[in-house]
Design a protein around this ligand. Structure first.
Ligand code: ARG
Ligand code: GLU
Length: 724
């Protein structure tokens, strides 16, 4: 047994000493130093300086953060931007009406004049990235507590940003990496006039919807197109009819040659958040406590909403986006737990920690600094557990019940008045009206009441009683412990929830009436009591524990980099620009099952279900298929649709370009495979794959399906494989 353990350990050590070829979200400015050699050995034909260069144009100049939540890339010299359908969905939805239903039918501007502005939408380019660790940590010492430390850092950051070398139309921000061991400064350019150019119908752009979401094999054409507009000087400008299409420093060339198994690919974009270096105790908590409870609460919420959507057309439209959002994480967490289990993430982490501890113990200096670190982490996470469970219960319950969101909007109006008098009120009113209108537009009091009943019932029954506010228990007692009676009291005949139009009208004509009604409202009192109780019993404890955890994690990160020298470290995702790379590959998710790496239009047709909510298809696409009318986009008589590769991606990488060995655009990232969604916590090259739509399918839909070939003419199409 002991020998077996030792040889297992030796094997595991070998496994993480040889840099796993596909893991990592790397900083573009450090590729030359850390990754270039390996990238070339995996097939890359360009240099790190072609990817990131501050002295001349490089690929990074074609990549944008799309609205701060997705990625986009510039694909023409006239500022055309490609991103996912689900990233552009808000814009598509906002411009859709019963007459012009762009969600259902798609939309294609025939010329610049038809491109539609989107107030609030922006894209951000990264101009330069500088290491400012020394300056940010100047004067920061080990014996400062977290608060002192943060205020010293904030002061340094403010000072640094005052003196950043940049143009007046540029911005800057500084972000922490490696849990606060390093800091980088980003100089950025943000364009705020971004117009909708085109989107396929949802039956293409979101084909397979929630059933296929997070799954391979996949058949979705998840893309939409926008255009960046600039002032006449090509600089960022607020929206104006006089703005002109932006001329980019760089736009991506597009390869029509596709990819084959083992081809090199890289994905360039803005991954949101990962936690790769957590202690096994934290991972265990996610697997056994947090993910399961969030899944269970969402089970309830989804069942309620789905029940109504299936029988009511109006509710189906109103709740479609909400449902998709709730279901997206719900499904991902389930895959995450499965993947962490099937890859023995805990066992691997524990073996790694044992080796770490062994090395620390063998070195007096390390022992002094890090000897108790792991024990302290375990102890703190154990203390944290019940509060993090209570936090999930509270957040997942309260944020689903929109009656609370409505009263909170009106409370913010009350607060503005109390703070800044009539002027504060007048200033806050338009924003509150706008947000309330948005809530009401996608709100049904009938659905919300049932959500309240289902979720409050679970909230009261399924968590430790110490976290359930006595006020709520009393309210229930008054109602014979029947949540639906309490719901009657809160919802029935209450204009705030039953009659949004009236509320919005009154807010314009006689706001005091609405304010008074809100002050007296029972739901308002309930959420106030629940929040206060939560703050006192949960939040307060979390704040202290979290700051202790942050400090321990920062030390653990530093210690790992010092002690586990053979390991190549990359910083966790934090919505900053990263490069990830890996080869095109199928995978073997479980016994006897082998997945290929490509899907074709044939597979789309196999899934076709006439009239179905998720799998219906437009007639035109079916006829193009019947006639094999694929133009220059087909390959060997077939139309490629999606492919997978070993690129380490996460949420925020939606819309990221997949580039070939030469830096040409070959695909558009939009998802990961079910078995590998745990890559946010413990990447495993055996089953972690990102899913991309083949760029040829995108162009086929634009050109052949939508007849928007004028857009393809803007692009630079290349044949890197045919050249040789
Ligand atoms: N799973 C992808 C992501 O995390 C796609 C989500 C949009 N699609 C959907 N069917 N909900 O964003
Ligand atoms: N669909 C995700 C997004 O919106 C990307 C998929 C993932 O999480 O990897 O960013």
């Amino acid at each position: 047994m002991k020998m077996l353990k030792q040889s297992l350990l030796a094997f595991l050590l070998l496994a993480f000493s040889v840099a796993k070829a596909d893991e990592g979200m790397w900083l573009p400015q450090l590729l030359a130093q850390l990754n270039e050699k390996q990238m070339k050995s995996m097939g890359m034909k360009i240099s790190a300086a072609d990817i990131y260069n501050i002295n001349k144009g490089s690929l990074k100049d074609a990549i944008v953060s799309f609205g701060g939540f997705c990625t986009g890339e510039v694909i023409s010299s006239k500022g055309l931007v490609l991103t996912n359908h689900h990233c552009g969905f808000d814009a598509i939805q906002n411009h859709s009406t019963i007459q012009n239903n762009y969600i259902r039918d798609g939309f294609w501007a025939r010329n610049n004049a038809e491109e539609i502005p989107n107030p609030g939408l922006f894209v951000t380019f990264i101009i330069r990235i500088d290491d400012v660790t020394k300056q940010v940590l100047n004067g920061v010492t080990r014996n400062m507590d977290e608060k002192e430390r943060q205020s010293a850092i904030d002061k340094n950051i403010a000072e640094l940003r005052k003196n950043v070398k940049k143009e007046n139309y540029q911005d800057s921000f500084i972000r922490a990496f490696f849990d606060g061991n390093q800091y980088f400064l980003f100089v950025t350019e943000t364009y705020k006039d971004v117009r909708l150019v085109g989107a396929p119908p949802s039956s293409v752009g979101n084909f397979g919807k929630d059933t296929d979401n997070w799954m391979w094999p996949r058949h979705t054409g998840d893309f939409s197109m926008f255009r960046i507009y600039a002032g006449k000087d090509n600089k960022p400008a607020e929206y104006s009819v006089d703005n002109v299409p932006y001329v980019p420093k760089r736009s991506l060339s597009i390869s029509l040659d596709g990819v084959a198994e083992n081809d090199f690919t890289m994905v360039f974009g803005f991954p949101g958040r990962t936690t790769q270096y957590l202690h096994s105790a934290a991972v265990e908590q996610i697997m056994k406590v947090n993910d399961p409870v969030k899944i269970a609460i969402r089970d309830k919420a989804l069942a309620v909403i789905d029940g109504f959507m299936r029988k009511d057309e109006q509710i189906k439209i109103q709740y479609a986006a909400k449902y998709a959002g709730i279901a997206n994480s719900w499904k991902k967490w389930q895959g995450e737990v499965l993947g962490l289990t099937s890859t023995n993430a805990l066992g691997k982490k524990q073996a790694y920690e044992a080796e770490f501890q062994k090395r620390v113990n063998a070195n007096p200096q390390w022992k002094e600094a890090y000897g108790n670190l792991l024990l302290d982490l375990v102890k703190t996470y154990n203390e944290f557990e019940k509060y993090s469970l209570a936090r999930d219960f509270f957040n997942e319950t309260m944020s689903r019940i929109e009656a609370f969101a409505i009263v909170n909007q009106l409370n913010s109006l009350r607060n503005a008045k109390e703070k800044n008098g009539e002027k504060g009120f007048t200033n806050a009113l338009p924003g509150v009206k706008e947000r309330l209108a948005e809530i009401y537009k996608e709100y049904s009091p009938v659905v919300d009441k049932q959500l309240f009943i289902a979720l409050i019932d679970k909230f009261v029954k399924d968590q430790p009683q110490e976290f359930v506010a006595p006020y709520l228990l009393n309210k229930l007692k008054e109602n014979n412990n029947d949540v639906s009676k309490l719901a009657d009291e809160l919802y029935n005949n209450v204009d705030l929830f039953q009659n949004g139009n009236k509320v919005l009208q009154q807010l314009s004509s006689n706001p005091e009436v609405v304010m008074a009604a809100n002050d007296m409202n029972h739901a308002n009192q309930l959420i106030a009591e629940l929040s206060t109780y939560y703050n006192n019993t949960v939040s307060k404890n979390i704040t202290g524990l979290q700051s202790r955890i942050n400090q321990l994690n920062r030390t653990y990160m530093q210690a790992q980099m010092e002690v586990m020298k053979e390991k190549k470290f990359y910083p966790d995702a934090n919505s900053t620009l990263r490069v990830t790379y890996g080869n095109v590959k199928g995978y073997n998710p479980r016994d006897a099952v082998q997945y290929d790496y490509y899907t074709y239009l044939d597979g789309v047709m196999d899934k076709y279900k006439p009239g179905d909510y998720e799998f219906d298809l437009p007639e035109k696409l079916r006829s193009l298929y019947k006639n094999k009318d694929y133009g220059q986009y087909g390959s060997n008589g077939k139309m490629p649709v999606c492919f997978i590769a070993r690129n380490h991606t996460t949420g925020g990488n939606s819309g990221s370009p997949a580039l070939d060995a030469y830096g040409n655009l070959v695909g558009l990232n939009f998802d990961r495979v079910w078995e590998g969604t745990m890559s946010d916590i413990n990447y495993d090259p055996s089953i972690c794959r990102n899913i991309m739509v083949d760029i040829r399918y995108v162009l086929f839909i634009v050109d052949k399906y939508a007849g928007a070939g004028h857009l393809v003419k803007e692009m630079n199409l290349v044949h890197p494989k045919k050249k040789k």
